[in-house]
Design a protein around this ligand. Structure first.
Ligand SMILES: *Cc1c(COP(=O)(O)O)cnc(C)c1O
Length: 360
Protein backbone atom coordinates (compact mmCIF):
# COMPACT_ATOMS: atom_id res chain seq x y z
CA UNK A 1 0.00 0.00 0.00
CA UNK A 2 1.25 3.48 -0.86
CA UNK A 3 -0.60 6.35 0.83
CA UNK A 4 -0.82 9.86 -0.61
CA UNK A 5 1.24 11.17 2.28
CA UNK A 6 2.88 10.02 5.48
CA UNK A 7 4.04 12.36 8.23
CA UNK A 8 7.76 12.51 8.88
CA UNK A 9 8.68 11.28 12.34
CA UNK A 10 12.03 12.02 13.97
CA UNK A 11 13.91 9.20 15.76
CA UNK A 12 11.78 8.44 18.82
CA UNK A 13 14.63 8.94 21.29
CA UNK A 14 15.12 12.49 20.02
CA UNK A 15 11.49 13.32 20.72
CA UNK A 16 11.82 11.49 24.05
CA UNK A 17 14.69 13.73 25.14
CA UNK A 18 12.35 16.73 24.84
CA UNK A 19 9.69 14.83 26.81
CA UNK A 20 12.20 14.25 29.62
CA UNK A 21 12.48 18.02 29.98
CA UNK A 22 8.71 18.41 30.03
CA UNK A 23 8.42 15.84 32.82
CA UNK A 24 11.13 17.62 34.79
CA UNK A 25 9.59 21.07 34.46
CA UNK A 26 5.95 19.94 34.55
CA UNK A 27 5.23 22.87 32.25
CA UNK A 28 2.89 21.52 29.61
CA UNK A 29 1.51 24.48 27.71
CA UNK A 30 1.00 28.29 27.83
CA UNK A 31 4.09 29.30 25.89
CA UNK A 32 6.55 27.16 27.81
CA UNK A 33 10.27 26.98 27.09
CA UNK A 34 9.91 24.56 24.16
CA UNK A 35 7.31 26.72 22.41
CA UNK A 36 9.63 29.72 22.84
CA UNK A 37 12.61 27.73 21.62
CA UNK A 38 10.63 26.61 18.59
CA UNK A 39 9.76 30.21 17.74
CA UNK A 40 13.44 31.16 17.96
CA UNK A 41 14.56 28.20 15.87
CA UNK A 42 11.94 28.87 13.21
CA UNK A 43 12.87 32.55 13.08
CA UNK A 44 16.50 31.56 12.53
CA UNK A 45 15.62 28.89 9.98
CA UNK A 46 13.24 31.07 7.98
CA UNK A 47 15.28 34.25 8.54
CA UNK A 48 12.35 36.17 9.95
CA UNK A 49 12.39 38.85 12.60
CA UNK A 50 8.97 38.10 14.07
CA UNK A 51 6.81 35.00 14.20
CA UNK A 52 4.20 33.52 16.51
CA UNK A 53 3.65 29.81 17.07
CA UNK A 54 -0.07 29.09 17.33
CA UNK A 55 -2.58 26.23 17.57
CA UNK A 56 -2.95 25.57 13.86
CA UNK A 57 -3.10 27.22 10.45
CA UNK A 58 -6.84 27.81 10.61
CA UNK A 59 -6.68 29.69 13.90
CA UNK A 60 -3.74 31.62 12.43
CA UNK A 61 -5.95 32.74 9.52
CA UNK A 62 -8.82 33.69 11.81
CA UNK A 63 -6.50 35.65 14.10
CA UNK A 64 -4.99 37.42 11.07
CA UNK A 65 -8.42 38.56 9.84
CA UNK A 66 -9.41 39.63 13.35
CA UNK A 67 -6.17 41.46 14.12
CA UNK A 68 -6.33 43.47 10.89
CA UNK A 69 -9.88 44.48 11.79
CA UNK A 70 -11.22 43.33 8.44
CA UNK A 71 -14.89 43.80 7.61
CA UNK A 72 -17.08 43.52 4.54
CA UNK A 73 -15.63 41.73 1.53
CA UNK A 74 -12.37 39.85 1.25
CA UNK A 75 -11.12 38.92 -2.19
CA UNK A 76 -9.89 35.34 -2.25
CA UNK A 77 -9.24 32.26 -4.35
CA UNK A 78 -11.71 29.41 -4.91
CA UNK A 79 -8.79 27.00 -5.46
CA UNK A 80 -7.51 26.32 -1.94
CA UNK A 81 -8.19 24.26 1.15
CA UNK A 82 -11.54 24.92 2.82
CA UNK A 83 -9.93 26.79 5.76
CA UNK A 84 -9.04 29.73 3.51
CA UNK A 85 -12.70 30.44 2.78
CA UNK A 86 -14.23 29.23 6.03
CA UNK A 87 -11.98 31.54 8.07
CA UNK A 88 -13.33 34.55 6.16
CA UNK A 89 -16.93 33.52 6.81
CA UNK A 90 -16.15 32.57 10.43
CA UNK A 91 -14.86 36.09 11.00
CA UNK A 92 -18.09 37.58 9.66
CA UNK A 93 -16.71 38.70 6.33
CA UNK A 94 -17.86 37.81 2.82
CA UNK A 95 -15.51 35.97 0.47
CA UNK A 96 -15.43 37.40 -3.04
CA UNK A 97 -13.86 34.85 -5.34
CA UNK A 98 -11.53 35.66 -8.19
CA UNK A 99 -10.54 32.96 -10.67
CA UNK A 100 -7.05 31.45 -10.74
CA UNK A 101 -4.39 31.57 -13.43
CA UNK A 102 -4.20 28.39 -15.49
CA UNK A 103 -0.43 28.05 -15.32
CA UNK A 104 0.41 28.88 -11.69
CA UNK A 105 -2.95 27.87 -10.15
CA UNK A 106 -2.71 30.89 -7.83
CA UNK A 107 -5.21 33.78 -7.84
CA UNK A 108 -5.21 35.66 -11.16
CA UNK A 109 -3.87 39.05 -10.05
CA UNK A 110 -5.04 40.54 -13.35
CA UNK A 111 -8.65 39.87 -12.35
CA UNK A 112 -8.49 41.25 -8.80
CA UNK A 113 -9.19 44.91 -9.53
CA UNK A 114 -12.47 44.13 -11.28
CA UNK A 115 -13.68 42.45 -8.07
CA UNK A 116 -12.92 45.40 -5.77
CA UNK A 117 -15.94 47.30 -4.42
CA UNK A 118 -16.32 50.00 -1.76
CA UNK A 119 -16.83 47.14 0.72
CA UNK A 120 -13.54 45.37 -0.02
CA UNK A 121 -11.15 45.37 2.93
CA UNK A 122 -8.50 42.84 1.96
CA UNK A 123 -7.08 40.20 -0.34
CA UNK A 124 -6.53 36.71 1.12
CA UNK A 125 -4.61 34.60 -1.37
CA UNK A 126 -3.07 31.13 -1.17
CA UNK A 127 0.41 30.12 -2.30
CA UNK A 128 -1.02 26.96 -3.86
CA UNK A 129 1.23 23.89 -3.37
CA UNK A 130 3.82 26.36 -2.08
CA UNK A 131 3.94 28.18 -5.43
CA UNK A 132 3.99 31.92 -4.68
CA UNK A 133 1.20 34.21 -5.83
CA UNK A 134 2.13 37.21 -7.95
CA UNK A 135 3.12 39.05 -4.77
CA UNK A 136 4.35 42.18 -6.56
CA UNK A 137 1.16 42.83 -8.52
CA UNK A 138 -0.98 42.03 -5.47
CA UNK A 139 1.05 44.47 -3.37
CA UNK A 140 0.63 47.21 -5.99
CA UNK A 141 -3.14 46.65 -6.14
CA UNK A 142 -3.39 46.66 -2.34
CA UNK A 143 -1.50 49.95 -2.09
CA UNK A 144 -3.55 51.58 -4.83
CA UNK A 145 -6.87 50.61 -3.24
CA UNK A 146 -5.79 50.74 0.41
CA UNK A 147 -6.43 47.05 1.06
CA UNK A 148 -4.77 44.66 3.51
CA UNK A 149 -3.12 41.49 2.25
CA UNK A 150 -3.06 38.12 4.00
CA UNK A 151 -1.25 35.15 2.50
CA UNK A 152 -2.30 31.62 3.26
CA UNK A 153 1.14 30.04 3.09
CA UNK A 154 0.03 26.74 4.62
CA UNK A 155 1.92 24.92 1.84
CA UNK A 156 4.80 27.34 1.52
CA UNK A 157 7.19 26.47 4.36
CA UNK A 158 10.76 27.31 3.38
CA UNK A 159 9.97 28.98 0.05
CA UNK A 160 11.86 32.14 -0.84
CA UNK A 161 10.75 34.62 -3.46
CA UNK A 162 12.90 37.49 -4.76
CA UNK A 163 15.56 36.37 -2.29
CA UNK A 164 13.55 36.46 0.92
CA UNK A 165 11.09 34.32 2.84
CA UNK A 166 7.69 34.13 1.23
CA UNK A 167 6.24 34.84 4.68
CA UNK A 168 7.60 38.39 4.50
CA UNK A 169 4.97 39.33 1.94
CA UNK A 170 1.58 40.78 2.76
CA UNK A 171 0.51 42.40 6.03
CA UNK A 172 0.31 38.93 7.55
CA UNK A 173 1.35 35.50 6.28
CA UNK A 174 0.42 32.24 7.91
CA UNK A 175 1.73 28.71 7.66
CA UNK A 176 0.31 25.40 8.85
CA UNK A 177 2.46 22.93 10.76
CA UNK A 178 -0.10 20.15 10.54
CA UNK A 179 1.16 16.56 10.37
CA UNK A 180 0.40 16.31 6.64
CA UNK A 181 2.35 19.44 5.79
CA UNK A 182 5.95 19.63 4.63
CA UNK A 183 7.31 20.54 8.05
CA UNK A 184 5.11 19.83 11.05
CA UNK A 185 4.63 19.89 14.82
CA UNK A 186 1.72 17.38 14.76
CA UNK A 187 -0.74 20.28 14.92
CA UNK A 188 0.47 23.85 14.74
CA UNK A 189 0.64 27.05 12.82
CA UNK A 190 2.69 30.19 12.50
CA UNK A 191 1.74 33.81 11.99
CA UNK A 192 4.24 36.21 10.47
CA UNK A 193 4.11 39.97 10.29
CA UNK A 194 6.75 42.67 10.06
CA UNK A 195 4.53 45.14 11.92
CA UNK A 196 5.62 45.17 15.58
CA UNK A 197 2.35 46.68 16.86
CA UNK A 198 0.33 44.11 14.96
CA UNK A 199 2.54 41.34 16.31
CA UNK A 200 1.95 42.51 19.86
CA UNK A 201 -1.79 42.54 19.24
CA UNK A 202 -1.64 39.01 17.83
CA UNK A 203 0.38 37.84 20.83
CA UNK A 204 -2.32 39.14 23.19
CA UNK A 205 -5.01 37.58 21.02
CA UNK A 206 -3.28 34.21 21.16
CA UNK A 207 -3.60 34.24 24.95
CA UNK A 208 -7.27 35.23 25.50
CA UNK A 209 -6.32 38.91 25.23
CA UNK A 210 -4.46 38.86 28.57
CA UNK A 211 -1.98 41.73 28.97
CA UNK A 212 -1.25 40.79 32.62
CA UNK A 213 -2.64 38.34 35.17
CA UNK A 214 -5.64 40.58 35.79
CA UNK A 215 -5.84 42.75 32.69
CA UNK A 216 -6.92 42.43 29.08
CA UNK A 217 -5.66 44.34 26.05
CA UNK A 218 -7.66 42.72 23.26
CA UNK A 219 -10.47 40.41 22.35
CA UNK A 220 -8.61 37.12 22.40
CA UNK A 221 -8.91 33.42 21.84
CA UNK A 222 -6.98 30.32 22.92
CA UNK A 223 -4.48 30.29 20.09
CA UNK A 224 -1.60 28.79 22.07
CA UNK A 225 0.08 25.49 21.38
CA UNK A 226 1.49 22.91 23.80
CA UNK A 227 5.00 21.87 24.77
CA UNK A 228 4.34 18.42 23.27
CA UNK A 229 3.61 19.96 19.88
CA UNK A 230 6.58 22.29 20.16
CA UNK A 231 8.76 19.28 21.00
CA UNK A 232 7.74 17.60 17.74
CA UNK A 233 8.49 20.80 15.86
CA UNK A 234 11.93 21.06 17.47
CA UNK A 235 12.73 17.39 16.89
CA UNK A 236 11.87 17.80 13.20
CA UNK A 237 14.01 20.87 12.56
CA UNK A 238 17.33 19.02 12.11
CA UNK A 239 15.73 16.96 9.34
CA UNK A 240 14.36 19.79 7.20
CA UNK A 241 17.21 19.72 4.69
CA UNK A 242 17.25 15.93 4.43
CA UNK A 243 13.48 15.91 3.84
CA UNK A 244 13.84 18.61 1.21
CA UNK A 245 16.56 16.72 -0.67
CA UNK A 246 14.63 13.48 -0.68
CA UNK A 247 11.44 15.13 -1.93
CA UNK A 248 13.43 16.99 -4.58
CA UNK A 249 14.95 13.76 -5.88
CA UNK A 250 11.56 12.01 -5.97
CA UNK A 251 9.95 14.99 -7.71
CA UNK A 252 12.65 15.06 -10.36
CA UNK A 253 12.18 11.35 -10.93
CA UNK A 254 8.41 11.84 -11.36
CA UNK A 255 9.09 14.65 -13.87
CA UNK A 256 11.50 12.49 -15.82
CA UNK A 257 9.29 9.43 -15.95
CA UNK A 258 6.01 11.24 -16.56
CA UNK A 259 7.18 13.33 -19.52
CA UNK A 260 4.74 11.49 -21.77
CA UNK A 261 1.82 11.45 -19.38
CA UNK A 262 -1.01 13.60 -20.73
CA UNK A 263 -0.88 15.88 -17.72
CA UNK A 264 1.04 19.01 -16.73
CA UNK A 265 2.53 20.28 -13.50
CA UNK A 266 1.82 23.88 -12.42
CA UNK A 267 4.34 26.46 -13.65
CA UNK A 268 6.40 27.63 -10.69
CA UNK A 269 7.05 31.33 -9.91
CA UNK A 270 10.23 32.33 -11.75
CA UNK A 271 11.77 34.20 -8.81
CA UNK A 272 11.01 31.54 -6.19
CA UNK A 273 12.68 28.50 -4.69
CA UNK A 274 10.74 25.22 -4.69
CA UNK A 275 9.85 23.34 -1.51
CA UNK A 276 8.51 20.10 -3.08
CA UNK A 277 5.49 20.06 -0.79
CA UNK A 278 3.19 18.25 -3.24
CA UNK A 279 3.22 16.52 -6.60
CA UNK A 280 0.13 17.82 -8.42
CA UNK A 281 -0.63 17.04 -12.06
CA UNK A 282 -3.42 18.61 -14.14
CA UNK A 283 -4.59 15.90 -16.52
CA UNK A 284 -5.71 16.41 -20.13
CA UNK A 285 -9.21 15.31 -19.12
CA UNK A 286 -11.19 14.44 -16.02
CA UNK A 287 -11.87 11.03 -17.57
CA UNK A 288 -8.16 10.22 -17.79
CA UNK A 289 -7.54 11.56 -14.27
CA UNK A 290 -10.33 9.42 -12.80
CA UNK A 291 -9.13 6.37 -14.70
CA UNK A 292 -5.65 6.87 -13.27
CA UNK A 293 -6.96 7.49 -9.75
CA UNK A 294 -9.23 4.43 -9.78
CA UNK A 295 -6.74 2.04 -11.28
CA UNK A 296 -3.94 3.16 -8.96
CA UNK A 297 -6.34 2.60 -6.09
CA UNK A 298 -6.95 -0.93 -7.34
CA UNK A 299 -3.19 -1.42 -6.87
CA UNK A 300 -3.46 0.09 -3.37
CA UNK A 301 -1.82 3.34 -4.41
CA UNK A 302 -3.68 6.34 -3.07
CA UNK A 303 -3.81 9.73 -4.73
CA UNK A 304 -5.91 12.76 -3.86
CA UNK A 305 -8.07 15.26 -5.73
CA UNK A 306 -6.53 18.26 -4.05
CA UNK A 307 -8.22 20.71 -4.37
CA UNK A 308 -11.60 19.44 -5.48
CA UNK A 309 -14.29 20.67 -5.61
CA UNK A 310 -13.93 24.40 -6.22
CA UNK A 311 -14.67 26.30 -2.99
CA UNK A 312 -16.92 28.61 -5.01
CA UNK A 313 -19.52 25.94 -5.72
CA UNK A 314 -19.29 23.41 -2.91
CA UNK A 315 -20.18 25.21 0.31
CA UNK A 316 -23.67 25.01 1.83
CA UNK A 317 -23.26 28.51 3.27
CA UNK A 318 -22.37 30.30 0.01
CA UNK A 319 -24.20 30.85 -3.26
CA UNK A 320 -22.62 28.51 -5.82
CA UNK A 321 -20.58 30.23 -8.51
CA UNK A 322 -18.70 28.89 -11.53
CA UNK A 323 -15.20 29.92 -12.51
CA UNK A 324 -13.81 28.84 -15.82
CA UNK A 325 -10.22 28.07 -14.89
CA UNK A 326 -10.80 26.90 -11.31
CA UNK A 327 -13.58 24.50 -12.32
CA UNK A 328 -11.52 23.06 -15.14
CA UNK A 329 -8.41 22.60 -12.97
CA UNK A 330 -10.26 21.30 -9.90
CA UNK A 331 -11.90 18.60 -12.02
CA UNK A 332 -8.65 17.41 -13.58
CA UNK A 333 -6.01 17.82 -10.89
CA UNK A 334 -4.59 14.90 -8.95
CA UNK A 335 -1.82 14.86 -6.33
CA UNK A 336 0.44 11.83 -6.49
CA UNK A 337 2.11 10.28 -3.42
CA UNK A 338 5.04 12.36 -2.14
CA UNK A 339 6.58 11.94 1.29
CA UNK A 340 9.94 11.33 2.90
CA UNK A 341 9.60 7.54 3.25
CA UNK A 342 8.50 7.06 -0.36
CA UNK A 343 11.11 5.10 -2.27
CA UNK A 344 12.56 5.45 -5.76
CA UNK A 345 11.15 1.98 -6.56
CA UNK A 346 7.68 3.09 -5.51
CA UNK A 347 7.86 6.20 -7.70
CA UNK A 348 9.07 4.02 -10.60
CA UNK A 349 6.09 1.71 -10.01
CA UNK A 350 3.57 4.57 -9.84
CA UNK A 351 4.94 6.07 -13.06
CA UNK A 352 4.93 2.72 -14.89
CA UNK A 353 1.33 2.11 -13.85
CA UNK A 354 0.24 5.62 -14.87
CA UNK A 355 1.71 5.29 -18.35
CA UNK A 356 0.17 1.84 -18.72
CA UNK A 357 -3.26 3.10 -17.58
CA UNK A 358 -3.06 6.03 -20.00
CA UNK A 359 -2.13 3.82 -22.94
CA UNK A 360 -4.83 1.21 -22.29
C1 LIG B 1 -3.74 22.78 5.81
C2 LIG B 1 -4.23 24.08 5.29
C3 LIG B 1 -4.81 25.05 6.13
C4 LIG B 1 -5.17 24.78 7.55
O1 LIG B 1 -4.13 24.46 8.36
P1 LIG B 1 -4.39 23.63 9.72
O2 LIG B 1 -3.09 23.73 10.42
O3 LIG B 1 -4.74 22.23 9.31
O4 LIG B 1 -5.50 24.30 10.43
C5 LIG B 1 -5.13 26.27 5.58
N1 LIG B 1 -4.92 26.54 4.27
C6 LIG B 1 -4.38 25.64 3.44
C7 LIG B 1 -4.14 26.02 2.02
C8 LIG B 1 -4.04 24.37 3.91
O5 LIG B 1 -3.55 23.46 3.07
Amino acid sequence: MIPITKPFLPPQEEYQSYLDGIWKRQWLTNMGPLASELEMSLKAHLQLKHLLYVTNGTVALQMAIKALGLTGEIITTPFSFIATTSSIVWEGCAPVFVDIEASSLTIDAGKIEAAITTNTSAILATHVYGNPCDVKTIQAIAEKHDLKVIYDGAHAFGVEVYGKSIFEYGDISICSLHATKLYHSTEGGIIVTKDAALLKRLAYMRNFGFSGPESFAELGINGKNSEFHAAMGLANIPYIEQIHNKRKALTELYHLRLKHLKAVAPIWHKAATINYAYYPMVFESETLMLKCMDQLKASEIFTRRYFYPSLANALPYLEPQDFEVTDMVAKRVLCLPLFYDLTVEEVELICRLLLRIQNN
